[in-house]
Design a protein around this ligand. Structure first.
Ligand code: NAD
Ligand code: DAU
Length: 349
């Protein structure tokens, strides 16, 4: 399909990590367009992150749940595109309790799809971009560095989180096939950058070290992730939304693989801390060994490539952001967060 720009985008989950960055990125990149952000403000949603946009006429925040069909229907009708990224997003929490993952990531995605279907039935065509994840592919072995996830790699999710995202992914494919909805999907690797909830490994380790606390490394630290700066991801989502072929999936990756041990050493080095700050803890159940992305399709077809993800610069800049914005994460790391931390890290190896 040809490139098109949308006048009014409905974003779900805009008060989360990637959402907050996407709101800012989109308003900056598309100065004539509007964005409505639908977010339920769960534990990982933070309205404070976008408080400075309160008076921006092109931005609107709607406090609501993606499972609320009347709200979704009304908002979809006002927009010409939906970027759907609201989700329960943390693997460890899905291992503690899968229920909210099934409800939001599957039921919520169905509600959005039904809203788009209803709008199309009423003569109002809306393009939808589903922000999926590389975790839908499952894991790669550690001893085959030649293997990468491609868009045609079979889905084989391992965790309840990944299974719920894969179900959403497949619902999108089914609604495209059955109802001819205009849907594109991205599957991205691990993001890092500002505004990430400090349950995820980079902000968790960085903020722990700022507080003088050790960093809880799972298992033997050999598991590998591919790290992409969140703004590179935002740019990829916008490229796919505006130029992706209907019904197609696009992998997004940073070509930036690190074992968790390497990542930990890199953070310790950037923060002038020693190995004694590593606290080995029991491994994550079913811990996926390695994720690695072949992002050739989005590079070839849409001209996207990561430009902000290279280490150590991008990692150092991220660490600086958490140093300079401690009021943001200190507020988050209180109350219910402490309860979660105790339940997740209470046991040692
Ligand atoms: P996040 O947990 O930081 O943010 C999720 C947001 O969704 C929060 O603002 C939350 O309030 C909102 N939300 C949750 N349930 C909702 C509901 N029922 N109704 C409305 N809003 C709800 O997550 P994130 O890391 O920003 O991830 C965003 C999306 O990107 C997710 O779909 C995730 O699967 C996907 N993704 C994330 C990464 C990553 O590395 N973080 C990588 C690939 C894909
Ligand atoms: O790959 C994309 C996915 O990346 C997204 O779909 C998810 O929403 C996002 O949370 C992320 O999932 P991971 O499970 O890879 O991210 P997390 O930051 O939780 O963990 C990264 C690696 O660090 C993983 O191998 C587990 C390890 N880890 C994590 C935590 C929280 C630790 O060793 N200790 C920890 O305390």
């Amino acid at each position: 399909m040809s490139q098109r720009e949308f006048q009014h985008v409905l974003l779900t989950g805009g008060c989360g990590f990637i959402g907050t960055n996407f709101v800012r990125f989109f308003l900056e990149q598309r100065p004539d367009a509007r964005l409505t952000n639908l977010d339920a403000l769960t534990y990982s949603g933070n309205a404070e992150s976008l408080r400075d946009l309160e008076d921006e006429p092109r931005y609107r925040f709607v406090h609501g749940n993606i499972r609320d069909r009347p709200t979704v229907d009304a908002l979809v009708r006002e927009c010409d595109a939906v970027v759907h990224m609201a989700a329960e997003s943390h693997v460890d929490r899905s291992i503690q309790d899968a229920s909210p993952f099934i409800s939001t990531n599957i039921g919520g995605t169905q509600t959005i799809l039904d809203g788009v279907r209803q709008a199309k039935g009423d003569g109002h065509d809306v393009r939808m971009c589903y922000v999926s994840t590389d975790e839908v592919y499952g894991q790669l072995p550690l001893d085959r560095p030649d293997l990468l996830f491609r868009e045609d790699t079979p889905l084989a999710p391992s965790s309840p989180y990944a299974a719920s995202k894969a179900a959403g992914d497949m619902l999108c494919a089914a609604y495209h096939h059955t109802f001819a909805l205009d849907i594109v999907t991205t599957r991205c690797s691990n993001n890092f950058g500002p505004y990430q909830f400090p349950e995820k490994v980079i902000p968790l380790f960085v903020t722990n070290l700022i507080e003088g606390e050790p960093v809880p490394l799972y298992g033997d630290g050999r598991n590998v992730r591919d790290w992409l700066h969140v703004l590179d991801h935002c740019e990829a989502v916008l490229r796919v939304l505006e130029g992706g072929a209907s019904g197609e999936v696009y992998n997004v990756g940073g070509n930036n693989e690190r074992s968790n041990l390497e990542l930990t050493h890199e953070i310790l080095r950037c923060m002038d801390q020693g190995e004694e700050m590593i606290r080995p803890v029991a491994d994550r159940l079913g811990h996926d060994l390695r994720y690695a992305i072949d992002a050739g399709k989005i590079e070839r077809e849409l001209g996207w490539e990561p430009t902000r993800s290279a280490w150590p610069g991008a990692l150092e800049a991220t660490i600086d952001w958490y140093r300079e914005n401690d009021q943001w994460w200190r507020r988050v790391k209180s109350g219910a967060y402490r309860e979660y931390y105790r339940s997740q890290y209470g046991r040692t190896k």
